[in-house]
Design a protein around this ligand. Structure first.
Ligand SMILES: [Zn+2]
Length: 183
């Protein structure tokens, strides 16, 4: 069974019950559930959000819809913690499990991702439900349960990986770890 381990679920631009397009700054609700096809996400306007809409949801949360910004003029693709996370989540290679987790934690510290929920799967694995503050996407990241000693070496590995890709470019905000987090 090829069950997707990691998953990014896009935010909808309209209510999935009444199909009304969300307006800028409109409050809406999201639900996450787990079925035969893996994780599923539904977004719903405040009018349609009722007990029936919430029924059997694994997680529910409330957000404010922000109109997506126009595509940035970015001719040079730069590798960042975020682009690396997206790339690794697409590969679905279990060897990337620890790296994916560390990148998600880094992005949470930088307030790019916000943790919405933590779920425990039937096999005991904890899955952290992150939401991207700007795009509203949901990132489902299994927590590999790293010990503190392991955290450090994985973090160094990630920093090296980002450093290798970011050579020659002194980008603002590209520092992979906040030094204040280092004991
Ligand atoms: Zn609706």
């Amino acid at each position: 069974m090829n069950q997707q381990e990691w998953n990014i679920k896009a935010r909808s631009d309209s209510c999935q019950v009444c199909n009304k397009t969300f307006a800028d700054d409109e409050v809406f609700f999201s639900r996450l559930d787990f079925g035969e096809g893996g994780y599923g996400r539904r977004d719903c306007c405040a009018v349609c959000w009722n007990d029936a809409a919430k029924k059997n949801a694994l997680s529910v949360w409330k957000s404010v819809y922000k109109l997506p910004p126009p595509p940035a003029p970015e001719p040079l693709k730069k590798e960042t913690a975020e682009s690396l996370l997206r790339e690794l989540m697409e590969t679905e290679d279990p060897a990337n499990r620890n790296t994916i987790y560390i990148l998600a934690v880094m992005l949470e510290r930088r307030r790019i991702l916000v943790e919405r929920d933590v779920q425990t799967r039937e096999d005991g694995v904890k899955v952290r439900v992150y939401e991207h503050r700007k795009t509203g996407e949901t990132f489902l990241v299994p927590d590999p349960g790293l010990k503190l000693s392991e955290l450090k070496s994985v973090q160094e590995e990630v920093v090296a990986r980002l450093g290798g890709r970011e050579t020659g470019q002194a980008e603002v905000g590209a520092a992979p770890v906040e030094s204040k987090e280092t004991p």
